[in-house]
Design a protein around this ligand. Structure first.
Ligand SMILES: Nc1nc2c(ncn2[C@@H]2O[C@H](COP(=O)(O)OP(=O)(O)OP(=O)(O)O)[C@@H](O)[C@H]2O)c(=O)[nH]1
Ligand SMILES: [Mg+2]
Length: 513
């Protein structure tokens, strides 16, 4: 019987042995060298080794320009992490299926052989050969072993991860392939399937949107533990029985997987695993977004009312990436206080012209998308707080006019400073009169939160830029409160207003009053 082995199986043992023997023979056949010759040869060999080492130590030749621009350099990543932390492109590859095998039928006892007398030890044997019990399929055919399934690739939302920066350092992930069928050889009851490749699980921050590159959205991983299979592993190959033609009819009774000719061998190959390019976009999950000019005190506010400890400093753009903090429930609600818990996101400061890329730009405003309430933090001791407030409102409108329709609270901060205290009431009056009372409609808010954002909605942005709707056409603030988050003045009043604004939004967690 011809020995049929899969080309990828370690079938070339004999060839390898022959090669090794030839090498030994070649070594033995070398003429013996005299001492001076030996020395010269060693010298030559050392020189070659030296050159090889130098070649290995030499820096690799520079890549062509277009290849170098594929991923941001590590230095740029550490310096400008805020540009990359919320967006990444990765390629994932699921594992290939393991291979099946070509199996020979076990030798059957010759019917011509003279029958030996049956002995007690021959129990369970037929004509002295032990009867084999194979695993069977539901239709009674022998279950032939299969190659293992390739590992899938799963992306899941993990509370422990915060940014997508790691995907700029490693942009390709491969799952393990399935195992091959144990051994090619004779069909036996002890053969087993190849082991399944392990699923590769990739953690991403909660709030990551997983999308095929230039394709459909696969999942929005908005809750911890949410997951999506992004690439499926290949199926394992089947096994085939190889029998001479005159035995095929008999073998067919055992299994339909009979090899007819060499071309059938492709069936034993495992299927390749899927490979996809994914675009990961992080949109932080928060109920309240803190916005304002740099230095207004947003991070100080977050640290005053939550356990978050963001960087705080007396210079603009201290915050480069959103900071999240958890606001505890309202104790006055008793057992229901958990329902008033909320997550706050402190965003980097905005400046006039952010929509044109000034300052840090406005890309991080995408992180307001999931918020229900916006808190404007205004430095009441600044030269023109009302103008500062308008600048931020206008930048929000440029980015997504729908943000202006969400309920919002204005916090006039730094009232511990005399300059702010003196003009607090006039500022509060001026700010609360920018906007229209009638358009304060919760239905609009619901529509915005469920519907599409204006993030990529250029038509709505153009509309706003065209000046069709002024700031006064959007709702007035829910409340304007004076506070000093540094000195803990007016914190309770501010929290009350923020919770009231949250309560006004549609919220399934809060019981209807
Ligand atoms: N006097 C006074 N100073 C405050 C108050 N709140 C914040 N500050 C100070 O204002 C400065 C800026 O505060 P941050 O919280 O870093 O401001 P920010 O809005 O987060 O700034 P960016 O991250 O740059 O956008 C710090 O020196 C704070 O100590 C306040 O209520 N009163
Ligand atoms: Mg800050």
């Amino acid at each position: 019987m011809p020995l049929l082995l899969h080309p990828r199986f370690p079938s070339s043992h004999a060839a390898a042995c022959a090669h090794r023997d030839a090498a030994v023979h070649h070594r033995d056949a070398r003429p013996a060298l005299h001492l001076p010759e030996l020395h010269a040869t060693r010298q030559r060999r050392n020189n070659v080794a030296c050159r090889a080492t130098r070649a290995r130590e030499a820096p690799p030749p520079p890549l062509p320009k277009q290849k170098q621009t594929v991923a941001p350099a590590a230095a740029a990543l550490s310096k400008e992490a805020h540009k990359y932390f919320d967006h990444a492109v990765v390629t994932v590859r699921a594992g290939d299926g393991g291979h099946g095998a070509v199996l020979a039928m076990p030798a059957s006892p010759s019917t011509d052989a003279p029958k030996s007398p049956r002995r007690r030890s021959d129990k369970g044997k037929r004509n002295g050969v032990k009867k084999v019990s194979y695993k069977r399929n539901y239709d009674g055919s022998v279950a032939l072993p299969m190659g293992g399934h390739g590992g899938d690739v799963v992306v899941y939302a993990d509370e422990a991860s915060e940014t997508l920066l790691q995907f700029h350092e490693k942009a390709r992930y491969c799952a393990k392939r399935g195992g091959n069928v144990g051994a090619a050889g004779t069909l036996s009851s002890r053969m087993h399937n190849g082991f399944a490749g392990e699923t590769l699980r990739i953690p991403v921050p909660v709030g990551t949107v997983v999308k095929r590159k230039k394709g459909a959205v696969l999942a929005d991983l908005a809750h911890p533990g949410d997951e999506v299979i992004v690439a499926r592993g290949g199926q394992g190959g089947i096994s085939l029985i190889d029998v001479p033609e005159y035995k095929r009819r008999k073998a067919m009774a055992l299994s339909p997987n009979i090899m007819r000719d060499a071309s059938d061998k492709v069936l034993i190959h495992g299927q390749p695993g899927e490979e996809v390019s994914l675009e990961l976009t992080l949109r932080v999950v928060a109920d309240v977004g803190l916005v304002g000019l740099p230095n207004a005190g947003k991070s100080t506010l977050l640290s005053a009312i939550t356990l978050a400890r963001p960087d705080i400093a007396d210079y603009p753009f201290t915050t480069l990436m959103p900071n999240l903090g958890r606001l505890g429930g309202d104790p006055s609600l008793g057992a229901l206080q958990f329902s008033s818990e909320a997550t706050l996101a402190d965003l980097p400061g905005l400046i006039e012209g952010a929509h044109l890329g000034k300052g840090l730009g406005r890309n991080f405003l995408r992180h307001l998308r999931r918020t229900r309430v916006i808190v404007h933090v205004v430095d009441a001791a600044a030269d023109d707080p009302v103008d500062d407030y308008k600048i931020v409102r206008k930048e929000l409108r440029m980015y997504n006019p729908q943000y202006l329709e969400r309920p919002y609270v204005v916090v006039l901060n730094k009232i511990d400073l005399p300059k702010a205290q003196d003009r607090l009431s006039s500022l509060a009056f001026e700010i609360s009169s920018i906007g229209c009372e009638e358009c304060d409609d919760n239905n609009t808010i619901k529509g915005n939160l469920n519907g599409s954002t204006g993030e990529n909605n250029t038509s709505s942005e153009t509309k706003a830029e065209g000046g069709e709707k002024e700031l006064r056409d959007y709702p007035i603030p829910q409340a304007v409160v004076g506070a000093s988050v540094l000195k803990h003045i007016g914190i309770d009043e501010m929290l009350k207003e923020i919770r009231a604004a949250l309560g006004k939004c549609f919220d399934h967690r809060l019981p209807e009053p």
